[in-house]
Ligand binder design. Structure first.
Ligand SMILES: *[C@@H]1O[C@H](CO)[C@@H](O)[C@H](O)[C@H]1NC(C)=O
Ligand SMILES: *[C@@H]1O[C@H](CO)[C@@H](O)[C@H](O)[C@H]1NC(C)=O
Length: 481
């Protein structure tokens, strides 16, 4: 499907002048052709909301997650889907970046779509996590975790000759742009792009020292070249899936990808695994030794490294507890900053890396989730997990977070990445107290359940893939919606 017909784009570009002429001449609406009238009436459909949307979904700028798609009805047709992913989760460690692909394609395979995954060889003595007979893994022959796009391409072509795929899905640049230009039914998901990395470089440099670090200076200028390079090769990919609203905007406004080839589908998290459970949370609190009368418990999860913003939390929390003795910070994760946190005394509890099964208890145990990342790369899973568990968030003011998660001030707090600003929102949260934070958490959960669940994410992909197979599915709503 070539979705970006020049016809509709020209039409839109001419609209303002058309309506101005009409108004000037005071011509009655009667003289406009029915097609133009319909077009004028359908204008609100390109706004930022899905409420009462109807029309061609390729014109939508809002995230497809928010469409009420019928997950309880069978798919209108079964798709044959090829997936290019450098890695695939193994049974012993089903975490990491590729979790997105596993969640998505397991869901689609359960809906009867036939998924073929092309990925690197599994690590020695490991097996891939396969949950369905509809999901087949084609592992490369080479060394474990070694991705070779050429080899994957050959395997794909052999499979495509047996029966052509309806859709090809690439996780980031797993399918190299050299091959991408040959695949008209390709959709690529971007989990972080160079323009975001440029911003993260700026933030990291700012917290490092007052002087420009020469090494960072070099990597910052490299980042600019990477942006330019991406703008050049992104056009080889037919369909672009932006995993946050802000990346959608960047692709349209800076990367010059035609709007009808950019589709926003936010990441989603398995709502069966992350949900509200007060009892579980309270049990976790007493288990790790949080006193009953604790005023506020803040939590952090992830790798404890500098570019996740730990120098900021360390300094801000250290100051906070000089005036609030019964505020706590619990930390799930490993990394160089663990030891420093341990030096902060009894108000900080480090838990090491938590297994996925314990994360739900962790989110339910805390009053607010702190996410000071300096790396705006993709849409962070942990924030979504927290929101689904009914825990409000305190996060760096980044376009992806502001545009897709903290879209309402009720959902928590945002801060520019510096110690003073983080300290101020920490003070504000403490002053509010638990009851108010709980109320914010309820609103987070409501929002997340309407948009950020694995079901919402997967149904949005299904619809996009259907639309790539046959344009008639691009219209919304259809009989089965
Ligand atoms: C950083 O790069 C700029 C531009 O290339 C240059 O003018 C400046 O001297 C560099 N600074 C350092 C500390 O390397
Ligand atoms: C697309 O779907 C419509 C409606 O189901 C069908 O009539 C049409 O033949 C399909 N087109 C192609 C190219 O498969």
């Amino acid at each position: 499907m070539r979705s970006s017909g020049p016809y509709s784009r020209t039409k839109r570009a001419n609209l303002p002048s058309l309506s101005r002429i009409l108004t000037c001449l005071l011509l009655p609406l009667l003289t406009i052709s029915p097609g133009a009238l319909l077009y004028l009436l359908s204008q609100p459909s390109t706004s930022n909301t899905s409420r009462s949307f109807s029309g061609d979904l390729r014109d939508a700028e809002f995230s497809w997650n928010s469409l009420p798609l019928p997950f309880d009805k069978p798919a209108p047709t079964s798709l044959r889907i090829a997936v290019f992913s450098r890695k695939w989760p193994v049974l012993s460690a089903p975490g990491g970046m590729e979790r997105h692909a596993l969640t998505l394609h397991s869901f689609l395979s359960r809906r009867g779509h036939r998924i073929h995954v092309f990925t690197a060889a599994a690590p020695v003595s490991e097996k891939y996590d396969i949950s369905s007979e509809y999901l087949k893994i084609h592992a490369l022959k080479g060394r474990p975790n070694q991705w070779q796009c050429e080899e994957a391409w050959e395997l794909y072509e052999a499979e495509n000759r047996i029966e052509p795929f309806d859709v090809v899905h690439s996780e980031s640049v797993a399918m190299h742009h050299r091959f991408a230009s040959r695949v008209p039914n390709l959709a690529v998901s971007w989990h972080g792009i160079a323009s975001e990395a440029l911003q993260s470089g700026i933030y990291q440099d700012l917290i490092r020292s007052p002087d420009m670090d020469p090494a960072l200076n070099r990597s910052l200028s490299m980042a600019v070249f990477k942006v330019i390079n991406e703008i050049r090769f992104f056009k080889n990919y037919e369909h672009h899936i932006a995993t946050s609203d802000s990346v959608g905007e960047i692709l349209r406004d800076i990367y010059q990808v035609p709007e009808r080839r950019v589709h926003v589908i936010l990441n989603g998290v398995d709502e069966e695994k992350f949900g509200l459970d007060d009892e579980l949370g309270n049990g976790f609190r007493s288990e790790i030794g949080i006193p009953e009368d604790a005023k506020i418990v803040m939590g952090i999860a992830g790798r404890l490294v500098r570019d996740k913003g730990h120098p900021l939390v360390y300094a801000a929390f250290k100051k906070l507890i000089t005036t609030h003795s019964n505020v706590y910070l619990i930390i799930a994760g490993r990394g160089p900053w663990e030891q420093r946190y341990n030096g902060l005394g009894p108000n900080v509890i480090t838990l090491g890396a938590l297994p996925p099964s314990r994360l739900k208890a962790f989110y339910n145990a805390i009053d607010i989730f702190v996410h000071p990342t300096l790396r705006p790369q993709g849409l962070d899973q942990t924030l979504i997990e927290s929101m689904l568990c009914g825990t409000p968030i305190m996060a760096t003011r980044l376009p992806s977070i502001k545009g897709s998660l903290l879209v309402n001030k009720e959902f928590g707090f945002m801060f520019p990445p510096n110690v003073e600003a983080l300290g101020a929102v920490m003070e504000a949260a403490v002053a509010e107290g638990r009851r108010r934070l709980e109320e914010r958490g309820r609103k987070c959960r409501e929002y997340a359940r309407g948009r950020l669940t694995a079901t919402k994410m997967a149904m949005a992909h299904e619809r996009l893939f259907l639309c790539i197979k046959n344009e008639s599915y691009c219209m919304y709503p259809l009989g089965f919606d």
